[in-house]
Design a protein around this ligand. Structure first.
Ligand SMILES: CC(C)(COP(=O)(O)OP(=O)(O)OC[C@H]1O[C@@H](n2cnc3c(N)ncnc32)[C@H](O)[C@@H]1OP(=O)(O)O)[C@@H](O)C(=O)NCCC(=O)NCCS
Length: 196
């Protein structure tokens, strides 16, 4: 198990972590359930959020069936789809680890909605990547982003992800465990207000 700790807060600053549930200072990541289908469907069909994501056709009921099928991959350890919640339990987004094989995983399907607290982007990235890198032997994450999604690209570059390839549709980034471990204390300090 990987435990993140804010150095300024001693034991009280622990970030609780298991694959099912990842807790940070202001957010909790928990695995998606079939009863999240309406929430996920609403996010995926919302033009505010889906401009740079693959299109979802179908109904909330189709989404529920998709989540049920996904749970087979979850049980096999191939994919973990998280709902991002505020500490008060309000859902504010989703993020997914998928294609978890060999020494790597893919990271994406990341959405934050209008319920997100300040710095939710940084915290949800840190918590979900912590989950991926806590898996045995996983040392690298792969991330792809549509060329037009300059907002997400800015986040990835600022976070320290490295561009490795580009084609006419996408830019491809990688991010390694060593960089994550080097930077995690700094990220946690930002999240707990210990530094800006
Ligand atoms: C992509 C997405 C999840 C990013 O979330 P966001 O809230 O817009 O992210 P931002 O880059 O604006 O960063 C949010 C906050 O984190 C802070 N932050 C970002 N990177 C940081 C870093 N490396 N260090 C410190 N702070 C950082 C920002 O300053 C900002 O702070 P604030 O909330 O207090 O203003 C969101 O825009 C979204 O849902 N987009 C639609 C779906 C999408 O395109 N997903 C990505 C597919 S590849």
């Amino acid at each position: 198990m990987l435990t993140l700790r804010d150095p300024s807060q001693g034991n009280g600053g622990r970030t609780v972590h298991s694959i099912e549930r990842v807790e940070g200072p202001n957010l909790v990541l928990r695995l998606i359930r079939p009863d999240d289908a309406e929430y996920l469907h609403a996010l995926r069909i919302n033009p505010l959020y889906n401009a740079h994501l693959s299109a979802v056709n179908g109904t909330a009921d189709d989404q529920r069936r998709w989540i049920e099928a996904y749970r087979v991959r979850e049980a096999a350890g191939l994919e973990y789809y998280y709902v991002i919640e505020r500490r008060d339990g309000t859902r504010c987004g989703v993020v997914r680890l998928y294609g978890i094989v060999d020494d790597h995983f893919n990271w994406g399907s990341w959405i934050l909605d209008h319920h997100k607290p300040p710095k939710a982007a940084l915290e949800s990235a840190v918590l979900s990547l912590a989950s991926g890198f806590s898996l045995p032997g996983k040392i690298r994450a792969f991330i792809d982003v549509r060329r037009a999604n300059t907002h997400a690209q800015s986040f990835y570059r600022r976070f320290g992800m490295t561009e490795i390839h580009a084609d006419s549709h996408n830019i491809y980034f990688t991010y390694d465990r060593a960089t994550f471990e080097r930077d995690q204390a700094r990220h946690l300090s930002v999240l707990t207000g210990d530094q800006t």
